[in-house]
Design a protein around this ligand. Structure first.
Ligand code: COA
Length: 301
């Protein structure tokens, strides 16, 4: 057993991470041919790896020599991958992690913005919000961040934009931007207090200190801490449970929960309207019929 990355011609240049080295390439290809990631055809990713199995899509940020720091190319690739997976009805949950054992993401790539002007800095934050951070938060497909090491600056902001966070026991999290003379610009000043409360957010941001996984768990910043070797399996187990439920109801739940944090939006009113809309879906018909027939619901794509 091990992990190998192979080019997969049927999907253009997408690389698939496969865990069955006993099989030859032909049988691996045959096995995975049913996974139609149509939206990702002809996309050539240099900084991320996509894997799709059992209705769970996995995106791995793959710049380990730079501790998976987010340069603009990676942000653009992540945008394309999240968009494509979100639009693929075969993908019910997306897992996001970083390559290697050391880092999830060590922040925005400092070398890219060190000489930026005020206008460029403003644009950097605005485009980041639109293309990645707000984009992920508002996806209709749930996203689970597997924080497998350092999640600093933009890396923690990326994890916070995801719907669920699980960390390995070696993970370290923080928003060190003020040590660089800047503030968190990818949503950190807003999402951190939402998750941990204003006082803890103030302290974390102003001290620029890292917290360990257990402290992050105590703060409510993450949902679970597990040994690093168990991280992906633990996330997949949660993803599997989610994947058995109504995708339409889950998308509607994400929208309704997010409404609580949107200025000028009455979350209760959004919930009432969205609750009503569910009654018009095939998923509602299937879910309630299955219950009354004493069988498991089968939510189709
Ligand atoms: N942007 C660009 N490059 C980064 C980076 C970032 N945010 N974080 C790490 N790297 C690069 C390093 O420059 C180094 O590259 P090099 O080998 O070409 O010099 C490589 O990743 C390894 O990092 P290094 O600092 O040598 O590892 P370390 O184990 O000594 O320290 C950290 C790890 C995470 C403590 C340290 O890399 C760090 O503080 N990173 C910046 C964190 C940060 O401020 N993020 C917020 C940005 S807004």
């Amino acid at each position: 057993m091990g992990i190998s990355t192979i080019p997969f011609p049927a999907f253009g240049y997408i690389s698939l991470v496969l865990i069955e080295l006993q099989e030859d390439t032909a049988s691996i290809r045959a096995k995975h041919q049913s996974f139609e990631l149509k939206n990702l055809q002809n996309m050539n990713f240099e900084n991320i790896i996509i894997h799709h199995e059992n209705q769970i899509g996995q995106i791995t940020i793959n710049r380990p020599s730079k501790l998976n720091a987010l340069n603009q190319a990676t942000i653009q690739e992540l945008h394309s991958a999240f968009k494509a997976l979100n639009e693929d009805a075969n993908v019910r949950v997306i897992i996001l992690t970083g390559e290697g054992e050391k880092a999830f993401v060590a922040g925005a790539d400092i070398s890219e913005f060190a000489h930026f002007s005020v206008e460029q800095g403003t644009e950097l934050a605005a485009s980041g919000h639109a293309n990645l951070f707000d984009f992920i938060e508002n996806l209709s497909t749930p996203v689970i961040a597997c924080v497998n090491g350092f999640a600093l600056g933009g890396g923690l902001e990326l994890a916070m934009a995801c719907h669920i966070r699980i960390a390995s026991d070696n993970a370290k999290m923080g928003l060190p931007e003020v040590s660089l003379g800047v503030i968190p610009g990818y949503g950190g000043t807003q999402r951190l207090p939402q998750l941990v409360g204003k006082g803890r957010a103030m302290e974390m941001i102003m001290t620029a200190s890292m917290i360990d996984a257990q402290t992050a768990l105590n703060y409510g910043l993450i949902n679970h801490v597990v040994p690093q070797v168990e991280l992906l399996d633990f996330a997949k187990n949660i993803a599997y449970k989610i994947s058995k439920n109504s995708p339409k109801a889950i998308a509607t739940a994400i929208e309704s929960i997010n409404a609580n944090f949107k200025d000028g939006t009455n979350g209760f009113e959004v919930e009432i309207q969205n609750f009503g809309k569910c009654f018009g879906t095939n998923d509602f018909k299937e879910g309630t019929t299955a219950f009354l027939e004493k069988r498991k619901a089968n939510f189709s794509n």
